[in-house]
Unconditional design. Structure first.
Length: 428
């Protein structure tokens, strides 16, 4: 008899492509049937069959407080009772804009949108409009949402222009994107030497989280800032994932780099659809209705979603919040690594703030090529064994994991014990 998740997956696949509304949820990379989630509370989620999991995905980052935090739910409930959307300015959007600009000194102004894709797409159009240039630089393995200019992989040679990495992206669009190697400061220097005056913007995940977690080399981010300043290009920090995840002033505060534009999402919505782009006033004032760069959105700044985001952002500003979050994330990484080492399994793990990576490779990868050396079959085996034991990791070896404030030390010990049992049977 097929279980409830399989029944739902069969129904879903009849009417939704792949049975999901976002591809990674389909478990194509790890195989098997994805649990259909019926609800969540704190560090745990429960599937349609009633099975409970400790959740290390947290909706891909937003649920930094854990699921159904009472203050966040209350804020959303109160906002909903006043009406769901007006398509007109509301006070709460001003509160959010003022808070973001206070928390991030690089933000003079900010525009709220409904997804990370919208935020990065708008920031790129703005950078092109501001500079009058077309060329965009991104990095292999970084993901910034699914707008055409960003679905581009490296061309044949490192300095040739991009090829589409998705169907439906015209070659004419892809050729304006140059995909370089993450953490390769010399490669960035060569690209600017060759194309600098044509580069409108560089967009980068200041901590990469979409090829699994890859930490930046200090000289890499510094080099981007120097090159963009020297050539008049716009440096865009895509902090949709790292924003208020790696620290109270995001990755830009952690590494002391001031981008020209920043994109945000995930945590700033607390699980509801809120994202944003913002930065230097002279650039932001080029956005409609002030300037010539058009950008718009029916539900941008939606008061119900913003209420959830504001409640979340206020709670993560509590003294010591990020120190405690990082302590737990580091404990998980260290204890998983110790369990693997005890049983001779080639494994490593690392964290930056409340995001982490686990790798079936002796040491954490430092770029896309090293990520591709990780043992994907070993990851899939680990993933399914942990899922069966009630521990929900990201269903792909190319995704980061996320800790929440709701995870207790006992939760983490439970996960580590389950992993120890998996590694203990590894050779079997
Ligand atoms: P959305 O359009 O999915 O809200 O945001 C796109 C995006 C932009 N920038 C960064 C750095 C991101 O990580 C993302 C989205 N992250 C993925 C997780 N790898 C979302 C999960 C999904 O695609 O379903």
């Amino acid at each position: 008899m097929t279980d409830r998740n399989q029944q739902l997956f069969e129904r879903a696949r009849k009417r939704i492509p792949g049975g999901v509304n976002s591809p990674v949820r389909a478990f194509r990379s790890v195989g098997g049937t994805p649990p259909f989630i019926a609800g969540g509370k704190g560090s745990r989620i429960v599937d349609a069959g009633g099975k409970s999991y400790l959740d290390y995905v947290g909706s891909w980052g937003p649920l930094i407080l854990g699921h159904a935090h009472p203050e966040v739910v209350a804020a959303a409930r109160e906002a909903a009772a006043r009406g769901l959307s007006f398509g007109a300015p509301t006070e709460i959007e001003v509160d959010m804009a003022e808070l973001l600009c206070r928390l991030l000194p690089s933000l003079d102004m900010v525009r709220l949108v409904s997804s990370g894709t919208e935020a990065t797409m708008s920031a790129i159009r703005l950078a092109r409009g501001h500079t009058g240039r077309d060329l965009l630089v991104k990095f292999e393995g970084c993901y910034h949402g699914h707008s055409d200019s960003l679905l581009v992989k490296a061309g044949s040679g490192l300095l040739t222009f991009g090829n589409p990495s998705s169907g439906g992206v015209p070659a004419d669009v892809a050729r304006h994107t140059l995909a370089l190697d993450y953490n390769d400061a010399e490669g960035v220097e060569r690209a600017f030497a060759q194309h600098g005056e044509r580069i409108a913007a560089v967009i980068v995940e200041p901590v990469a989280g979409n090829m699994n977690l890859v930490a930046p080399r200090p000289e890499f981010l510094r080099g981007l800032r120097e090159q963009c300043t020297r050539h008049g290009s716009v440096l865009i920090f895509d902090e949709v994932m790292t924003g208020f995840r790696v620290g109270p002033s995001c990755a830009q505060g952690l590494y002391g780099i001031r981008p020209d534009l920043t994109t945000l999402g995930k945590v700033i919505g607390g699980g509801m659809p809120v994202a944003a782009f913002g930065g230097r006033r002279e650039i932001m004032e080029k956005i409609a209705p002030l300037g010539p760069v058009y950008q718009a959105g029916t539900l941008s700044g939606n008061p119900l979603a913003v209420a959830s985001g504001l409640a979340t952002l206020r709670l993560v500003q509590a003294p010591g919040f990020f120190a405690e979050l990082e302590r737990k994330t580091r404990a998980l990484c260290d204890d998983l690594s110790a369990a693997a080492a005890k049983h001779g399994v080639a494994f490593s793990a690392q964290c930056v703030g409340g995001m982490f990576g686990v790798y079936f490779r002796a040491a954490p990868p430092r770029n896309f090529a090293e990520v591709m050396q990780c043992d994907k079959d070993a990851f899939n085996r680990f993933f399914h064994a942990m899922l069966a034991a009630g521990h929900y990791f990201a269903p792909s070896p190319f995704e980061a994991g996320f800790m929440s404030a709701a995870h207790s030390d006992a939760d983490i010990a439970e996960t580590v014990a389950a992993a120890e049992a998996v590694f203990g049977n590894w050779q079997a």
